[in-house]
Design a protein around this ligand. Sequence first.
Ligand code: XMP
Length: 517
Amino acid sequence: KILIVDFGSQVTQLIARRVREERVYSEVVPYTRAAEAFRTLKPKGVILSGGPASVTEDFSPRAPEEIFEAEVPVLGICYGEQTMVAQLGGEVESGHHREFGRAEVDVKAESPLFEEVWRVDESYPVWMSHGDRVTRLPDGFKVVATSENAPFAAIADEARRFYGVQFHPEVVHTPHGAGLLRNFVRRIAGCAGDWTMATFRQEAIARIREQVGTGKVLCGLSGGVDSAVAAVLIHEAIGDQLTCVFVDHGLLRLGEAERVVQLFRDAYNIPLVHVEAQDLFLKELSGVTDPEAKRKTIGRLFIDVFEAEARKLAAQDGKPVEFLAQGTLYPDVIESVSLTGGPSVTIKSHHNVGGLPERMNMKLVEPLRDLFKDEVRKLGRELGMPEIFVGRHPFPGPGLAIRCPGEITAEKLDILRHADAVYLEEIRRAGLYDDIWQAFAVLLPVRTVGVMGDGRTYDYVLALRAVTSVDGMTADFYPFDMGFLGRVATRIINEVKGINRVTYDVTSKPPGTIEWE
Ligand code: XMP
């Protein structure tokens, strides 16, 4: 086990992720709880994360002293290195403001940290954080790598097995960083590397049971991967204390509602309330054309419907629903934190139940909070969920409403659903589905003239979109070959009544967004 002490870096969870990739269990705890966690976890190694503070300031965060006295290996990253140096009797000088960037480090000495990854006298690219820097090493330490701006880019006290790096080995911009972390957890800390998703599953189940006790849990299903995996995991933990609510707002893709209901009711036998609210949503959306107004209308209705279901469930036996389960992922947490300065607003986007926990006095159960999308997919597979569910592209909470610019009507939604299904069928048939982050069709509120057979047509234009992305934050359009696009266009125009022209969107993000609204 590895203890990761969090000093508030935006990328601390990436350290945990790299450690998990080495099949080693790790726990991230804020520095304020590190001493207690160190005693209970009894880790074989400790990693001190980066963070925004400066060790030269009064009252800046520190690692618990006992960590340095327990004869376990410690790796300090960035701020973690600086506080280690300061705490062990070295000196750190305050720099100007903090700045991140690419740098080259020169390896000066051999170290188990570098073994089979970096060689002496070679230089390697790293992602560096400039700012404060170490100016004098504590006794026992030596420099093992330098860079132009950071003469103490990597330091080591091999006897005590203390290591410090000024750069970030956890980010992909440090190409061999994962190897250095592997050396730390496997070679230096001696962790066996036998932790797997199966272990995560067991541990997550234990945590859910402990949190929930005998309480009732409500989980909103969106049809997406995250909420589905969260629901299956929670059901495994607490059985029918869990009720899932699936609000069908009529903005789903073809066959989606049936798939969700089938999977949960039939395959998993999880209590599921299927709310058919299509008419309500369509009625309230009628005449709404502004994208934000659409999103807000959908969000408001969703909460109303969900809340009504929660009240019904509470009324059944007079016991309130104490918990709301969500499939919040780590990137959701990070994004909300960085945008708003506080983690309280993580209930966002398609989880669409923002505000509900406060209003109904519910506590959140978020078993996937520390995971990344691909890890959630792995967990879903571990839980035996069908590939068609686990591997699917993300789908936005407001659904097809934001893929239908202008006014939404039942007719337009039908046209869009049909065209989208043809497009995705072709993508799957061509074996491209898993290479693409997200693919979908957008029905434009524009009609153009065409000719079909002997007749004139005057029908809608469809735009196809497909992007590659790592996390949805940035994206590139997918470079289909023209033959493929031509085939899709022909099929759609022939098969989908109401469309007579097809275009392909070649905008990246930024400056575009993935969705059109
Ligand atoms: P954009 O359009 O902002 O989308 O580039 C980035 C990713 O987020 C998805 N998306 C949403 N997901 N609720 C969601 O759950 C929403 O309101 C929402 N809007 C966009 C989008 O599909 C893409 O994967």
